[in-house]
Each structure stands twice: as C-alpha cells, then as structure tokens.
Design a protein around this ligand. Structure first.
Ligand code: ADP
Length: 789
C-alpha cells in the first residue's frame, strides 16, 4: 500500500534519502512538525483553537511510516505541546479536567497513529527491501555470463530473502529422468548426493507434481519419511520447493529453501519463490538455447571445415551510398583455403581484392554475388579456372546468409572432362559409322557388276572367271572388315582367346605379307624383309599375322606410291622386336599417342584416299598386349615416314625343336576324314563340300536336322559340321542328340552359324559343340581345324 502512495506522491525517492541516517529521520520529523504547527497558527484566527490537533494526525502517520517510530513520537509531542500553547492561561500546564481529557485524547490518538504508521512502515520497508533485493539480483544476473554462477546467485538471494541458510536449485536431467543439483548452499556433499538420487525430496516431488511443495515440518510430514534421518543430520525441519517451468510448460527443475525450524511460508515468501523460480527458468532456458545454437554452430562449422567441398562466407563491403564495392572473407573451410593456397585464418576479415587481386577479373562473378545478396536469392554458375597449367571447373553456388553470402565451389573437373570425352567419343563414333557405311558399301558395286557379268549368257569363260575372282576378293575384303570389328569387340570385352603354338616367325610374316601384298603391289611399294631364319616363337600365328598385315596395310596406305616399306625382326634385350617402317606421310608428334585409340584417325591422314575404319591399330595393340607385349609408334613428323614396333616377350627359340617339327609334319599329313555337313542353304553347303572334298575329305550332305541325324546314324562320320538354323531340328538339337548317342561322344562337332555373340557360343558349347565358326567361314580356318584335330 505504502509503495503505491509513495509512488503516487513521489515519496519513493524521498524515503531512501530520509532512511539513510537517524539525523535525517529526526530532521524530517522536525520539518513536518514545524509545518503542522505553522499551518495550525495560520488558520488559528478562524478556528480559535477549536481544531487544535487537526494537522498532527497526518503528520504523525507520514513521519512514522517514512522515518520511524521515534521521529513519529517527536511529532506527536510537538503536537501535544502546540495544543497546550493555544490555551488562554499563562501556564502551559493543564489544570482543568477538560483540557486534561483533550490532551490525553490527543496523546492516545497520537499513540495509535504511531502504532499504525509503524506497522505499515515495517511492511512497506520489507516490500521495498524485497524489491530492491530483486532488482539488484536482476541487474547482477545480467552481468554474469555462466549459468552455474547465475543459479548460485539466485539461490543465495532466495535463501537470504527467506532468512534461510540452506537451499537448492536442481535441474532435470532427461537422460536419467532425475534431478541434478545445479546450485546449493549449506548442504553436505552426502546430502547433495542423496538429493541427486532421491525421488522423494521436495524438489523431486515438485517436479513430478508440477506444483509447489510445502513441508511445514519434516518430522511430521509423511512425504518426508525417507529423508527424515538426513534432515535431522543436516538440521532441516521445514522446506518448500517451487517447480521451474519453461515458457512452454516443461518442468526444467525446482528451487527449494530449507529451514531449521518448523514453519509455514508466508504469501510474501511464495511470491519471492515464484519470482526467483521464474528467473532461474529463464536463465536455464536461455543457456539451453545458447547451447543448442552453439552446438549447432559447432556442428555446422565442423561439417563445413571437414567438408571436401570448398566453402566460404563473404560479407559485403559497401561505400557511403550503400553500394557493394567488394567482399570481406568471413569464413573459409580447409578445402577453400586449399584452393586459395592460404591458411584458413589467413584471409579472415580481409577484403577479397586485398588477398586475391584478380578475383573479380573473372567476368560476371562479382555481379552474380551482388545479385544473390541484393535479391536474396540463390545464384549458381560454372566457372573454369587455370592454376599451374591445370584447368579446373567449379560449380559455384552463392546463397544469402543473414546479410552475408555463403559460397560453395564444387569441383566438377572430372565431370567436365568426362562430358568432353563423351562428346569426343560420340563424334568419333559418328565418324566411324559414316566410314563403316562407306567401307561396307564400297565392295558392293564391283560385286553387283561382277555378278551381272557372270549371269550374262554372252560373257566368255574368261570374263566369268574374272567376275568370280572379283566377287571373291570383295567378299574377302568385307569379311576381313567384319572380322576386325568382331575382334575389336572381343578384345574390349576381354573374350578374345589366343591359340598359342610354336610357330616360325618367317611363316607369320609371310602370311601377313601375303594378305597385304595386293595393296603393296597396287601402290608399287618396294618391300624389304629382314627376318632371321628359323626363329621359332610361341604365339597365336593367325593373330600375330593379323597384327603385322594391319601394320603393312597401313604402311602401304599411308605411303605415296613407289614408297619403301621395311619389316625388320630382331631380338633386342631379351625381347623380340618386329618393326614395320615406311617412307610415308608420317605422323605429327602430338598425334602419336592417339593412333592406338579406338576409331582414331589422325586428321592429317583423313584426307588420304586410303583411310580405313580407325580400328586396325586398336586391334593390333589389343592382340599384342594379349601376348604380353606392347606396340609403339614412332615418326619424325609429317612427311618423315613412320615406324611401328611390336615388342614381344622373348619366347623365341632359334632352332626347331624336334617336337614342333613332328607336330608340323603331323599337321600336313593328317588323314582324310568322314564329314557330315548339314546346312539348309544348299549353295553354301555344296560349295563348302566341294572345297572339303578338294582337300581329300569324304563329305556327306544333309539339309535339315532330321536327315542330318539319319545320315549320322548311318555313316558314323568323324566330324559333323552343323548349321544352327535348320528346319525340323535345329543344330543345337542335332548336336545334343549326337552327343547323347553312344557313338557320338568322340565325334568332332563344329557349329557353323551367323550368330557370334558370347551367349550363342555358350549355348553351342552347352549343346555339345567343340567349335563355333562364324559365317562366312574361312575355308582355310576350317581346313586347319580339321587337320589339327
Ligand atoms: P585406319 O583404318 O584409319 O588405318 P588404324 O587404326 O589402322 O585405322 O590407324 C589409325 C590412324 O593412324 C590412321 O587413320 C592413320 O591416321 C594413322 N596411321 C596408321 N599407320 C600409319 C602409317 N604407317 N603412317 C602414317 N599414319 C598412320
């Protein structure tokens, strides 16, 4: 009440001043008494003493409440004395009974007023002191940074305002679902441990019940039975605990104060408990929020720091008009520092232009950042940088971040390189397909013309023979092309099998020359062979001949007519080196590493009329590497000729081994075989039969699966050549039935088919075939196979 009056009359400021010293208190009393006396005598001419004491009751109340009991007594005495002064008699003493009654009544009123004033003074004083205490608490708390210290201060203020010397602030630990003591005064460590574990302490009950708990006497309250002994030992007889509630109703903990005597807390104490509990809850919540933020910041920072993606935070630098003129480094993670070639802290706080003067020379980058910041939108771009001659591409994402700019740089160099190589591969593939179409169409015109000559009744025998030769040559050319394609696919899929055998190097080179001879002769090249005699080696002769014929064909193609081609074979440093040299158009040094790539064709050679599919060297490289060797290209440059050297691990022996010699003889003297040839394409079957018969074999024909089986049963051939796609029973079924028959186990089964996929081969193997030949079959290969099995 008094606090309201004092606030309304501006006494709140006066009171503390008066309160300070006894002199001030009595001086204030004297001042008020004199004022009352002055007022009394001022109105005396009108009242003639009828209201002798009228100004003194308020003066007594005012002085007693503001300055205390004794200054109030002083004002009362002056009031009584003043009443006596207004008497008509000369003597100040009171003689008549009326005067005596008036004085006694005034004294009684004064005493009552002093009593009332003093009562209010004590209440108001305490209220004011409480306010002062709480104000001090708030002010000090604001300057204490750490939660434990803040709680300790709340605890000690709270206990002091209760006149208690023991108290606790406990915080709920969600992991244990129990209270941890966060601040305490007056308790032994044992008591604190017990409170930590107990679910029966006043604080624990207040937390669980979400309401204040008052234990007026620990000795009699049944809820405190468990802790009674401890209370006795700690000198506790009463306690009250208030839950600490968060703003959203969560119980954060409890605040408790303990007394040494039984006691019922007053309203004032409850009020103080509520205020202190609220304060403690606010600080706990704030600390938790700060913890969460700093934990999130730490996580954020550690993720960013350890991230392999370069990341920086930039703060804008503005001129007087607010325009962004530059950026300042706010944060760099390790990856960003790495690409900027600095330490993560080195650039911090500095302007970008001061640290990387050429940073904004990358056109549009600065504008992009400014735009992202000013429009408050994410911006992305891809940029190319060059450092130490290495080109890198970065995908940059600039995103506004609380007035700053967060910038990520993802290194997309690999992706860019892959994109480029895909585009290049795509281009090469398109080129290849165009060339392939061209190469396949080329032989068709002569074939068509030769066929029409052969059909012409007027054509002479010589013309017909010539047209047959043309068709054979062109078909040969086409099938070589297709073989190469298939071989390349086999090499890339790792399915090309070598058939190694001891072979004379000269015969391999001889076969290669024979294949390339038409081209060499056509272009009138002079061919020189320098190959040691009788050099035996373990290799796949057909494949090695294929490599060398490719090299020779290239030498012939890429050398102007009347050029020189040399094949030199020698053993060097334990290796066999076979070099094919020419005096041709040569290869530029930057193109040398490319020539072995699939579909690779060097620009300078592309215009050359003799260009091919660009797979010959890739195939040669694959075959040589399958042999455990390698192939290299050398050229002194354009117009300087080229040299391709095949290097093979030394498996060569200079002399013919008797075993090999024997094997070779065996091959040539192989006995004739009984062969069943089944194919529904009669022309193909008959022409092949003629070839095989010319080789001395005994051939029986069949044109469907069933007749093939009948013929097999009747003739018991050594070899069965079976087409797969036949009427009645297909080749697989025939093979399976032959294998199932008792006499079919030892027969050599060869599939002849247009299907050359791995799955087809696997199927023919599963059906019991020993070999799988792709159409059109090379008679030589078949003959060779028959001779060697
Ligand atoms: P192509 O079918 O184009 O001849 P290759 O794989 O055999 O394919 O050769 C790849 C490229 O290497 C050729 O296009 C040519 O540019 C170059 N090349 C190969 N051999 C020679 C050589 N003897 N002289 C010059 N260039 C050559």
């Amino acid at each position: 009440m008094f606090s309201r009056i004092s606030r309304d009359f501006g006494l709140a400021r006066l009171w503390p001043w008066i309160e300070k010293t006894p002199t001030r208190r009595f001086a204030f009393a004297a001042f008020v008494a004199i004022a009352a006396v002055a007022l009394h005598w001022l109105i005396f001419p009108f009242t003639h003493g009828r209201t002798s004491f009228i100004f003194f009751p308020p003066a007594i109340i005012l002085v007693t409440t503001l300055a205390g009991r004794w200054p109030g007594v002083l004002v009362a005495l002056i009031g009584v004395l003043n009443s006596a002064l207004q008497k008509d008699t000369e003597s100040l003493f009171v003689f008549n009974s009326a005067e005596q009654v008036a004085v006694i009544a005034s004294a009684l009123v004064a005493a009552m007023l002093i009593w009332v004033g003093d009562y209010y003074r004590s209440i108001s004083r305490r209220e004011l002191l409480d306010l002062h205490e709480l104000h001090e608490l708030s002010a000090t708390l604001a300057s204490i940074p750490r939660l434990p210290d803040q709680l300790r201060l709340i605890m000690s203020t709270f206990a002091r305002m209760h006149g208690a010397d023991k108290g606790l602030i406990s915080i709920h630990d969600p992991q244990r679902d129990a209270l941890n003591v966060a601040a305490s005064i007056g308790f032994s460590p044992l008591a604190l441990d017990t409170f930590r574990e107990s679910a029966k302490s006043a604080s624990a009950i207040a937390r669980i019940e979400r309401a204040r708990v008052v234990i007026e006497d620990t000795e009699s309250d049944p809820r405190f039975e468990e802790l009674r002994e401890l209370c006795r030992a700690e000198g506790v007889r009463a306690v009250h605990a208030t839950p600490l509630m968060s703003r959203d109703g969560e119980v954060l903990g409890a605040l408790a104060v303990h007394f040494s005597a039984p006691r019922k807390p007053s309203e004032r104490e409850f009020r103080i408990a509520d205020i202190c509990a609220r304060k403690a809850a606010v600080f706990i919540e704030r600390a938790r929020a700060e913890d969460r933020v700093s934990q999130r910041d730490r996580r954020f920072e550690s993720v960013l720091s350890s991230s392999g993606v370069p990341f920086v935070v930039l703060s804008p630098v503005r001129d007087a008009s607010g325009k962004i003129t530059d950026f300042r480094w706010g944060f760099l993670n390790a990856a960003a520092a790495n690409i900027m070639r600095c330490r993560p802290t080195e650039f911090l706080g500095r302007k970008v232009t001061d640290t990387l003067p050429r940073a904004w020379q990358d056109r549009g980058r600065f504008e992009l950042y400014v735009e992202a910041l000013e429009k408050n939108e994410v911006r992305e771009t891809e940029r190319q940088t060059e450092a130490d001659g290495n080109q890198s591409w970065y995908h940059i994402v600039a995103s506004p971040l609380d007035g700053d700019l967060a910038v990520w740089f993802a290194d997309v160099t690999q992706r860019k390189l892959q994109e480029r190589s895909l585009i290049e591969a795509d281009r090469r593939k398109d080129e290849f397909l165009a060339t392939l179409a061209h190469e396949l169409r080329n032989p068709l015109a002569p074939i068509r013309q030769a066929a029409s000559i052969a059909r012409n009744d007027n054509a002479t025998d010589a013309q017909k023979r010539w047209s047959n030769t043309v068709i054979e040559r062109q078909v040969q050319h086409m099938s070589l092309l297709l073989d190469d394609l298939l071989d390349v696919s086999r090499i890339t899929h790792g399915t090309l099998q070598l058939r190694r055998q001891q072979t004379d190097l000269q015969s391999i080179i001889g076969a290669a020359v024979e294949t390339a001879r038409p081209l060499i002769d056509e272009r009138h090249h002079h061919l020189v062979l320098e190959v040691p005699d009788r050099l035996q080696m373990n290799c796949d002769p057909l494949r090695l001949a294929q490599v060398l014929s490719n090299l020779l064909a290239n030498a012939a193609k890429y050398t102007n007519p009347h050029g020189k081609i040399r094949v030199v074979a020698q053993q060097v440093d334990g290796e066999l080196a076979i070099a094919v040299e020419d005096s041709g158009i040569g290869i530029a040094s930057e193109d040398l590493p490319k020539v072995f790539g699939m579909f690779a064709q060097v620009r300078s050679a592309q215009d050359h009329a003799a260009g091919g599919l660009g797979i010959g060297l890739a195939l040669a490289k694959g075959i040589v590497e399958l042999h455990g060797g390698h192939i290299e290209a050398q050229s002194a440059g354009i117009g300087q000729g080229s040299r391709f050297t095949v290097r093979l691990p030394n498996t060569a022996t200079s002399a013919l081994s008797p075993k090999v010699a024997g094997a070779a003889r065996n091959g040539s003297d192989a006995p004739n075989k009984r062969i069943l040839l089944a194919d529904d394409n009669r022309d193909a079957a008959e022409s092949l039969a003629i070839i095989l018969r010319l080789e001395g074999h005994d051939v029986e024909l069949a044109h469907d699966g069933n007749s093939a089986l009948r013929s097999f049963a009747a003739r018991r051939p050594d070899v069965a050549l079976l087409d797969i796609g036949m009427p009645m029973s297909n080749g697989y079924e025939v093979a399976r039935k032959i294998r199932a028959a008792p006499e079919g186990a030892g027969v050599l089964l060869i599939a002849i088919t247009g299907w050359a996929q791995d799955t087809d081969k696997a199927e023919s193997r599963a059906a019991g075939f020993d070999h799988h030949l792709t159409k059109p079959i090379e008679p030589e290969i078949l003959i060779d196979l028959l001779d060697h099995t």
